[in-house]
Design a protein around this ligand. Sequence first.
Ligand code: ASP
Length: 355
Amino acid sequence: MPENLNRRTFLTAGAALGLGATAMGAFPQKGVGGKGPVAISSANGMAAVTRAMELMKAGSDPLDAAIAGVAIVEADPADHTVGYGGIPNEDGIVELDAAVMHGPTHGGGAVASLRNIMHPAAVARLVMKRTDHCLLVGEGALRFARMHGFPEIDLLTDEARKIWLYWKETNSKDDDRIPPPPDEMDPAVKKFFGEKYVREHGTIHLSALDTHGDVGCVTTTSGLYYKIPGRVGDSPILGAGLFLDNTVGSAGSTGRGEANLLNLSSHTIIEALRRGASPKDATLEACRRVVATNKSPRLQDAKGRPNFDVKFYCLSKDGRFAGASLWGGAKLAVHDGNAARLVECASLYDEALVE
Ligand code: ASP
């Protein structure tokens, strides 16, 4: 991978570098049905919902449309939370987690701690379609992807490497590494860290409702920045990072994965929808559950509130949608046929999280 590959060059060259791999395992085209399609995602998914909408309008399966949508973000070196360009683990190696679910077949597949493959969501679809399993991890997942012809590349961009190196150099006063003086810092690294050091993370979730009223969803991530090698978050865990039921709707999550793993929040949201809750009330219920189960003082602020955030996204079978987060300021991306736009999420607390 050339070091100076810029974003535009990269996206143009996407097909050669693996975007074509996102079609592997796609369902046959269904033809266009009579219902209005909808795609929702986390706020980093404006291009993704736009692509998913184009494909569904042309008769794509909702899961295929979702995977093709997030593939844009997986391939984007500027998004440090997903795929190529993701922030690596503490050893400087990018490890990806992804899962998919398919409404019409109630199928699901996932990969975790996958190295060297730009499009883990497409690999997850093949786990669903070409194995009797739901989750492959690490070396086994890589061998499976290789076997199916996914190209291998180094996922660590030069920018992500410099960010990781700066983190290492500033991580402890007691080791021998020395960070660069501020005026010698790489501008991209300076921008990334901003004024204060925050241990960040991110992900993309996309839920899609097609022209036949079927749902599909995907969550894909490079996970927690500088994580312990092998750490797996909520994203590839069915019921946590995403869940759906084709009779009810689809849901997913981004944010602190451990809080979601301890609550299986996407499953909670779908069950709330099933009981008749609106997408907004269902996602807020999941937020309240996270707060109620967050017992550790280490994870609470002075008022006992979680000192982290999680965000939930929900799309119902009839096309209603909402997002909710613990802390204020979150948005979701939506495309319901006309244009992609960002919409405010509901929140338990009005103010934004202060870390
Ligand atoms: N949920 C992801 C994880 O824990 C990270 C994120 O969405 O911020 O791996």
